[in-house]
Design a protein around this ligand. Structure first.
Ligand SMILES: C[S@@+](CC[C@H](N)C(=O)[O-])C[C@H]1O[C@@H](n2cnc3c(N)ncnc32)[C@H](O)[C@@H]1O
Length: 366
């Protein structure tokens, strides 16, 4: 078939029955694409109501009457819960099963919704709330307008009175607290796996600076696993001021564009994806200058390298890329894009370890 030929669209009511079936199937498919945000909203509602934690507290499964007895639902809304649960079951957030005695139909947690149980130490509840936040939704509503606008404002800035995401967080404590908690939950979740799978990276390290390290969750996990490492967290003043000293990590307020404190290892977790290629080269150049031990020193980047044999991981990476385009000036990068910015920042070699699901661990050597 000629690649340049458009695919004929059978928009006719006089075609065959097979044509009509195809049209109706296409209509259903389009309806599902257009309604995906309702799936996200149903998930947000489940989180707001605390449904995953309620199922967990009930022993890992709960019938509809058991959920109705425990969830904060007004009496006149109780008849609606089964409809919410039906959609969330079809979308894979919950599963259906039967009670141990085989008499009652129950809802069960799936691998994904187990990560939303508030009493589980490594839950991803704050991170998921962050993804589902009003700030994101408002920004995404501006995406079409942004594409047509020849200014420099991000969709986030267009939706939030012209302020970029970092400026907005320095002004709005609620936004900042939600964001910091969301990043901390991602770090706590990932730290143990990253350290277990890549312990060798930290063995001969005596000092580490976590650049854009937020509330220090990742650095704290590293010090707990490797107490010989002296860990410093560099972040913006509004992030680090007021964090109580815990004896594990020291905090430095500053701008990574200008200065990175010296250390054997510089860690950048989910920082570079917030920035343009030019900004990344500038940040990485500061990191390179900060590496005190040129023989053993390195930058460790935990970030996305787009591409995965898993369709779900690949899709999640592409969603995160759209999120970066909408909320920040950054992007998720393919390996060749990473390679380019490493070279421009003066690094000679790198190694990518795709061991962290959506994210990879990249070691970059000066
Ligand atoms: C996406 S968060 C990642 C936080 C943390 N590394 C993690 O993964 O949990 C990006 C961090 O970069 C910080 N940041 C933004 N601009 C910065 C700058 N100019 N200098 C230092 N830190 C900055 C933000 O405050 C935020 O904590």
């Amino acid at each position: 078939m000629d690649q340049n030929q458009p695919i004929p669209v059978p928009l006719t009511t006089t075609g065959s029955d097979a044509d009509a079936d195809e049209l109706l199937q296409a209509q259903a498919e389009l309806c599902c694409h257009a309604s995906r945000y309702m799936e996200s909203m149903a998930l947000k509602c489940a989180i707001d109501l605390g449904i995953p934690s309620a199922i967990h507290r009930n022993g890992g499964s709960a019938s509809l009457p058991e959920l109705l007895a425990t969830l904060p639902i007004a009496a006149n809304k109780k008849p609606f819960l089964s409809r919410l649960m039906r959609t969330l079951t079809v979308s894979g957030i919950f599963a259906r099963g039967t009670s141990a005695d085989g008499t009652t139909s129950v809802y069960q947690l799936t691998a994904a919704s187990q990560l939303l149980v508030d009493s589980i130490p490594l839950n991803l509840l704050p991170f998921t709330k962050g993804v589902l936040s009003t700030y994101h939704f408002r920004s995404f509503l501006c995406l079409g307008e942004w594409f047509q606008d020849d200014g420099d404002a991000t969709p986030f800035a267009m939706a939030h009175g012209g302020t970029d995401v970092w400026g907005a967080m320095s002004l709005d404590r609620t936004l900042a607290a939600g964001f910091d908690a969301s990043m901390a939950s991602d770090s706590n979740f990932l730290a143990e796996i990253a350290i277990r799978r890549h312990a060798g990276a930290f063995m001969n390290v005596s000092s580490l600076v976590d650049v854009g390290g937020g509330d220090g969750s990742m650095a704290r996990a590293i010090v707990k696993a490797f107490p010989h490492i002296k860990c410093l967290v560099l972040d913006l003043p509004h992030v680090v001021h007021g964090i109580p000293a815990d004896g594990f990590v020291q905090y430095v307020a500053g701008d990574m564009m200008d200065f990175v404190p010296p250390a054997d290892v510089v860690l950048l977790k989910l920082v570079l994806h917030d920035w343009s290629d030019e900004d990344c080269v500038r940040i990485l150049s500061r990191c390179r200058e900060a590496i005190s031990n040129r023989e053993e020193g390195k930058v460790i980047i935990i970030d996305t390298v787009i591409g995965s044999p898993s369709q779900q991981i690949y899709e999640a990476q592409l969603f995160m890329d759209l999120c970066m385009m909408t909320v920040t000036t950054g992007k998720e990068r393919e390996e060749k894009e990473w390679h380019m910015i490493f070279l421009k920042a003066g690094f000679t070699q790198y190694k990518i370890l795709p061991i962290l699901g959506i994210k990879s661990l990249i070691e970059v050597y000066p």
